[in-house]
Design a protein around this ligand. Structure first.
Ligand SMILES: [Zn+2]
Length: 221
């Protein structure tokens, strides 16, 4: 587990499941409400940590509906029955469809119960006094969502360190993805980017060094 800290906002990163999804537990120090981004599989380390921090409210924010990002949801729900799950309307159908969420092709089939919360662009999520804003970033899936929390950006499978998400799955579109990343994410002031897979990066680094976001690559996608 690795800890990222910006003032009193903390993100703990757990790398979970066969496809090594980055799961983030996000909370303000000493706050009682937390956001859990993309629980990728059962993890005792993670569940112990949630118990230890003694939250009374947990919101599970799903950046999108692919199986590798949702496989740990029912485990968290079973341990913390008050946890509420949030996903965009466009990706909500993926939760109950192993072919659409790709788990059928990868490991074991994953289905989870429907989400309690529907996320739209501009919706807010909070921990303590920190407010996170959801941004619709389609192109990897139709309903991909990023979450911007102060100096942190949780980008799901849209923007990676020197790469972008695949766009060859159902609902994917490379031109839409690059456009959405440029308009919704690269326009932010510099901050740490915490993606759904792989290492952390920053907005400035991706503006300057991401080969998929320069004009030549744009036309090849
Ligand atoms: Zn994905």
């Amino acid at each position: 587990m690795k800890i990222f800290k910006e003032n009193n906002l903390i993100a703990e990163r757990y790398i979970l499941g066969p496809i090594q999804v980055n799961t983030y537990l996000v909370y303000e120090e000493n706050a009682k409400d937390a956001i859990l981004v993309d629980p990728g599989s059962k993890s005792e380390e993670l569940s112990k940590r949630i118990k230890e921090l003694n939250f009374d409210k947990i919101t599970i924010f799903l950046t999108h509906g692919h199986g590798d990002h949702i496989a740990g949801v029912e485990y968290i729900r079973s341990l913390f029955p008050n946890a509420k799950v949030a996903i965009s309307i466009e990706d909500s159908g993926l939760l109950s469809d192993p072919e659409e969420n790709l788990s059928y092709f990868i490991d074991e089939e994953v289905t989870i119960k429907q989400a309690e919360i529907t996320i739209k662009d501009g919706d807010t999520f909070k921990t303590g006094s920190h407010i996170g804003i959801a941004r619709h970033v389609p192109g990897h899936t139709r309903g991909g969502m990023a979450l911007i929390f102060d100096e942190m950006l949780f980008s799901g499978d849209t923007l990676f360190c020197e790469s972008v998400g695949r766009s060859d799955f159902p609902g994917g579109n490379g031109i839409i993805l690059v456009k959405a990343i440029k308009e919704k994410l690269l326009t932010l002031t510099d901050r740490i980017v915490l993606p759904g897979h792989g290492p952390e990066t920053t907005i400035d680094r991706e503006k300057n060094e991401n080969p998929f976001l320069n004009e030549d690559a744009f036309w090849e996608m």
